[in-house]
Design a protein around this ligand. Structure first.
Ligand SMILES: CC(C)(COP(=O)(O)OP(=O)(O)OC[C@H]1O[C@@H](n2cnc3c(N)ncnc32)[C@H](O)[C@@H]1OP(=O)(O)O)[C@@H](O)C(=O)NCCC(=O)NCCS
Length: 175
């Protein structure tokens, strides 16, 4: 396990406690931070996420991002949802300063569940684990954005967070 994070956590147990629901998957799903040996399990999910968004992130960026997940000096974190040796989902977060609170904010930048594992509460369990980790690391807020056409994701998000009437702006800086 990397970076002294909390002990592994079983998704089904949390869902049972929180909502009286039982995960549809037969085996328990373990949510845990990535460790050094997880690159090969994580990469196909990361690539699947890029295909979903029709983007291609350069290999050197992926390598750097992976190193940052493993570095205790970096406020970037990655979780995997594992069923045995099979990685079913990922969540990536970045903690950063805020002018509105003395505590940091946690940006949930990437969330992905493999196609065959969707609709079985893996995504929900990942979000809830992100909440728990963010609280443990002292963050005041978890937030994220999604595309307005991403109805599957929005259905989940409307159940676990507050929807805001904000519009997202962006400018790429080319050096
Ligand atoms: C969005 C995503 C992460 C959700 O993961 P998931 O494991 O399928 O979500 P869950 O099973 O936890 O869904 C929770 C709720 O949303 C609904 N839901 C979400 N996706 C669903 C799907 N594909 N099929 C059926 N229901 C779905 C369910 O109604 C479920 O409600 P319930 O808990 O009351 O049953 C997953 O669909 C995914 O990876 N999509 C592609 C990438 C993506 O959109 N990422 C998010 C970018 S912001």
């Amino acid at each position: 396990m990397s970076r002294g994070d909390a002990a592994p956590f079983i998704a089904g147990e949390m869902l049972h406690v929180d909502g009286g629901q039982v995960s549809a998957t037969e085996s328990p799903i373990e949510l845990r931070p990535v460790g050094e040996g997880d690159f090969a399990a994580w990469l196909p999910l990361w690539e699947g996420y890029q295909r979903f968004y029709r983007i291609e992130i350069a290999e050197e960026v992926t390598r750097r991002t992976w190193e940052r997940f493993l570095s205790p000096a970096e406020p970037m974190y990655a979780l995997l949802a594992m069923m045995g040796n099979q990685a079913l989902g990922l969540a990536h977060t970045v903690h950063h300063r805020s002018t509105w609170t003395t505590k940091d904010h946690c940006y949930l930048q990437d969330l992905f569940v493999a196609g065959e594992a969707r609709g079985q509460s893996v995504g929900r369990a990942l979000v809830e684990r992100v909440y728990a980790d963010a609280a443990r690391r002292g963050a005041a807020r978890v937030y994220w954005v999604t595309h307005e056409s991403n109805h599957d994701a929005i259905r989940l998000y409307d159940r676990v967070a507050h929807r805001l009437p904000l519009i997202h702006f962006r400018l790429e800086i080319v050096n």
